[in-house]
Design a protein around this ligand. Sequence first.
Ligand code: SF4
Length: 117
Amino acid sequence: MPRIPRPADRITLPRRAHWSDGAACSGQEPEIFFPVGTGGVPAQLETEYAKGFCGVCPVRPQCLSHALTRREDYGVWGGLDEYERAELLRAARRTAEQQRRQAKAKAKREAEADAVA
Ligand code: SF4
């Protein structure tokens, strides 16, 4: 008769490494990184406190990349608050749009030059 496996019998597979392994905020309360409110001195102080962890965090670039990719709307990620990340994304969109317009103008000039030749 087969024995029903008990929880202690379960095999624990090794966990794959994750970018957040070794994060400076590991073990901290997540609420620290989600200050209450959008303005005022208390929220600013909470935000700066959270950013203090990010300032010494070895995985800060990965954290910021994760937040930007996932469009995390709230909290401190990768050392930036939601407003700073939104500005970063706006700047990236402006740059991409500018590059698209330049590429389009260049293609148009080349097409005109080919038509003349
Ligand atoms: S950058 Fe900041 S929020 Fe991100 S893992 Fe590091 S300490 Fe945590």
